[in-house]
Design a protein around this ligand. Structure first.
Ligand SMILES: [Zn+2]
Length: 76
């Protein structure tokens, strides 16, 4: 009977681990999805060709720039 109890406990632990893993995987998936929308996309500065995250880029006339200075310089 001791062995049966051991198997039952092992089964419960295994189920818990599976549940936690699935929960973590789900969290990671949604997290990576949201970061992909913000940080994942890299854009090139139209002036100095530097690559910067899209959310940090300065957008002007359908072009991206690493800074406002470069956006202003490219316009001249
Ligand atoms: Zn630049």
């Amino acid at each position: 009977m001791n062995l049966l109890r051991l198997i039952a406990i092992a089964l419960v632990i295994w189920l818990l681990v599976r549940l936690i893993q699935r929960y973590r995987a789900k969290n990671r998936l949604t997290k990576s999805c949201s970061t992909k929308g913000n940080l994942g996309v890299m854009v090139e500065c139209a002036y100095c060709k530097l690559h910067i995250p899209r959310q940090e880029a300065v957008k002007r006339d359908q072009k991206f720039y690493c800074s406002r200075q470069h956006a202003a310089k490219d316009r001249d």
